[in-house]
Write a protein that binds this ligand. Sequence first.
Ligand code: ARG
Length: 491
Amino acid sequence: MVSTGISLSQLRQHGLMQLLKKSQPSTTQKIVIDYSSPNIAKRFHVGNLRSTLIGRYTAKLNSTIGHHVHSINYLGDWGRQMALIIAYWPKVRPSDSYWNSIGDGEKVRLLTDCYVVGNRAIESDEQLKEDVRRIHDKMERIMLEGGEDNEEMTQWRNIVRISINHLNHFYSLFDCHFNEWMCESEESRRARLLVSDLLEKGSVKIDGKGVIMEDGEVFHQLGRTDGTSLYLTRDITSLLYRDSMWKADKYTYVVERAQRNHFATLKRVMELMGYEDLAQKITHLSYGRVKGLSTRKGRTEVVEEILESGKELAKEWMEKSPTAKQLTQQESEDTSLKLAISSLVVTEMRRARNSDYEFSWRRTFDPSGGNNAIFLHSKYSRLCSIEEANIDLMNGLDEYPIIEEPSSIPLISSLLSLYSSAISSSHSMESHELTNSLLSLGRECGRAGVTLRVKGSEEKMARSRLALLSLAKRTIEESMGILGIPIIKKM
Ligand code: ARG
């Protein structure tokens, strides 16, 4: 049996979450986690989902082990790309009556397309380039001086509103909540003031490339020649603001690996500005890319389309399952959506954070492999039915001694090894160890459903087995809670 330092009775008495907390050193940290943080006017895509799921898990695990976590969704609602969409919109906008007839998802799709086409056009269109520059500059001046909104600012506010509605739809599907939303736009003013301040102090200078900070052989750009702010500078002022608000021990950013240089530069510039301590507190929790996302309708990175295909596959599977047949039409709709959501969560949580992985519809949605959410849910719901069928034995079950019999050993061992994976996940902040142990526990529960029969066993044995299966059920629930897998009681 795996040696984990805990016994089955400790797991029964305290539960996984409490044991995890007890296992940690008593120093509590304050951690600010920036995750999800999508750009607006862009359909919610698989990279956003990865940041959302990894960030949510990191936040949950950290608070489970006793840290104070403050989660931030930092909306990318500012910058040249916004000005580009606004400048190019008149060329692609649909009729007002069409625009007013469609939902926010569809509106965001049109805005995304506008950006893609506009971005191609700007390469060779000097007039467009000039318009974008002028609009961006004007918007930043209004932000800086606090004047009345012009037409472009009104349009921008509309885009922000539509995008937030679009995002909230996904946050509610994936049950994701933040302590706070912050916006890049709020930083544009602070970023410009910072640049003027640095210019005054002589820590930066203006040359042909813009406002630059020299750093030995290299330099870092903190502003454009026309004075408009940059992503990096907005991150600097946002960090200073966060630190003035929360004085945290750690500032974590869950952002794709492609932005490694950005965060290295952020750290470096903070040091050069004299904030060595704060620079030390920056952690870039990076993640890799998901490849091979083709649906029956073609390639996609868009979460809405991935979920749609996933729902269809989950339905196909449910049609083959004898228990799912008893569901009403509405129940089966809800369950297939929940299955698709949890399949995506499990697929993500099973991976090492920095891996570039190949997405496989078959592995994600075919329960026969035993390594995915549908499989796990089916074992979990089997445990629910066992409890329900033996409700008369449930009374006082928590104190009932569990008899170790040869056929219970694999399940006990799987439970204890899940605990050690959870500990190890809490050190590495990776989710794959816990997820893989959870899937193994699911497999053991499947076997135990056959080898540890409750019905028909004499009462002592029946109670002991039921107590063990119940503990497995509770441990699955707790693990799912940490990983963010929705629970489905009936399927
Ligand atoms: N909005 C950025 C993007 O989509 C990610 C922002 C991450 N957070 C941050 N503070 N830089 O690429």
